[in-house]
Design a protein around this ligand. Structure first.
Ligand code: SAH
Ligand code: TYD
Length: 406
């Protein structure tokens, strides 16, 4: 029986996606025979309400010196993180020589804004290749996994922090109690923890099941996150919904009682009750919606194949690994996937082994249809791809529902 990673009660598995590879594990043919698989299964904890994976992949298999995700590939995300940095600078860095730590700082997309104005900072980024890009930009970064032990070392060397930041990383860490204990040690008495992750409410409402993959150990709601931080005497004092990654939530957290709790927090709790995020039936319904989404997407792709249409994938996202392998999309349905990230080009998608090709291969010979795997960057992409539409190209999307955009 699986135990909850937060409160150690038995959890209720509600969906298995079957055998899955590493979501960011783009590979060369020489690596096909040694590809790693695990069962991707999600469960709900009836006690603390945390939605989580039931089986964890070792962190070194996912985050290493050849990590394929570089944050700075999206212009909109670059703007978003500039805004996040400015928000922290204007509101929470009031001391004479403030110090900011970010975990999962990747290629420095957010931390560069602190470095550029001379604010003391430190990035914690275990994937050495992306950390190296940040270091080359002059951003102080250590290549390590953040946890309680590392927090002790940081305090001893640099002192406590005014702000501890994280984006799309807190939900990646199954040993989250050690991370939160570390943050508690690091935070000054009036220090702030600000982090954001994809929001469970959006996943449920939009059936965006492709957020479920090996790296995402947790799917946070305000309710479940509050339970976790209460265990460590920390308190959520504000939340700010974000449009990025298909709907995210930014949580602002302090030592208990250190700051006034915004009314928005209680209002969001009430919304979560209405959405039913605290009830198992909601996740049974989510499973049924996921199954329908799969059937509709496969019917669309098979129909296009019969019509001899060319379909190409757009964006070799880690999310696409779940969709491709759960639905059973093969290279005869999707010819290749276009992606702007050099490390992914020339490789093959995890498990299904669909070729990943440079962006030029898309623009130089437009397909009839483009399957939008990077749907979370949809606005940015549609704006950029006016010519594809003018040439008669059509988009296939599957969030919030399967649709061919006319
Ligand atoms: N913050 C960036 C990157 C998100 S991807 C953005 O939002 O675009 C998640 C990142 O977290 C990866 O770069 C991964 O190497 C890093 N990571 C994973 N486990 C970590 C840990 N324990 N401590 C710090 N970073 C971690
Ligand atoms: P993203 O959706 O940000 O993340 P994840 O891997 O966590 O699902 O990944 C976007 C991918 O799409 C990334 O590999 C870069 C690629 N991409 C393009 O090829 N063109 C674009 O215009 C954009 C915005 C992204």
């Amino acid at each position: 029986m699986n135990k909850c990673l937060i409160c150690f009660s038995p959890i209720e598995p509600f969906m298995s996606f079957g055998k899955m590879p590493i979501a960011n594990g783009f590979l060369s043919p020489a690596q096909f025979s040694s590809e790693y698989f695990f069962e991707l299964k999600v469960g709900f904890c009836p006690n603390c309400k945390m939605v989580q994976l039931t089986e964890q992949v070792d962190r070194e298999r996912m985050f290493h010196e050849s990590y394929a995700f570089f944050s700075s590939t999206s212009k909109r995300m670059a703007e978003h993180f500039k805004g996040f940095a400015q928000f922290i600078m204007s509101n929470y860095l009031k001391s004479p020589d403030p110090f900011v730590v970010e975990m999962g700082s990747n290629d420095g997309i957010m931390l560069q804004h602190f470095a550029n104005v001379g604010i003391r900072h430190l990035g914690i980024e275990p994937s050495a290749n992306v950390a190296k890009v940040a270091i080359q930009k002059g951003i102080k970064t250590v290549s390590n996994f953040f946890d309680e032990d590392l927090a002790h070392k940081i305090v001893a060397e640099h002192g406590q922090v005014d702000a501890f930041l994280g984006a799309n990383v807190m939900c990646h860490i199954p040993y989250i109690h050690s991370v939160v204990a570390g943050i508690k040690i690091l935070l000054k008495q009036d220090g702030v923890l600000a982090f954001e992750d994809p929001y469970l409410g959006d996943i449920v409402e939009k059936t965006s099941y492709d957020q479920i993959y090996d790296e995402h150990a947790f799917y946070f709601s305000l309710n479940s996150i509050s339970y976790l931080f209460e265990q460590h005497d920390l308190e959520i004092f504000d939340i700010i919904p974000q449009g990025v990654h298909g709907g995210s939530m930014r949580y602002l957290i302090s030592h208990k009682g250190a700051r006034k709790v915004s009314d928005v927090v209680a209002a969001q709790r009430a919304k979560e009750e209405v959405l039913g995020l605290h009830r198992l039936e909601t996740y049974d319904r989510l499973r049924r919606n996921i199954e329908c989404s799969r059937d509709e997407l496969m019917a669309t792709l098979c129909d296009l194949k019969k019509q001899k249409k060319r379909v190409v994938g757009y964006g070799a996202t880690s999310k696409s690994t779940t969709v491709i392998n759960y639905c059973g999309i093969t290279p005869d349905l999707v010819e290749f996937i276009s992606d702007t990230t050099p490390i992914k080009q020339g490789k093959f998608s995890p498990r299904a082994h669909i070729p990943i090709r440079p962006y030029q291969d898309f623009t130089e010979d437009y397909p009839d249809y483009a399957l939008l795997f990077a749907w979370n960057h949809g606005d940015e992409i549609m704006e950029k791809e006016e010519k594809f539409k003018k040439a008669g190209g059509k988009w296939i999307v599957y969030v919030p529902k399967v649709q061919v955009l006319e």
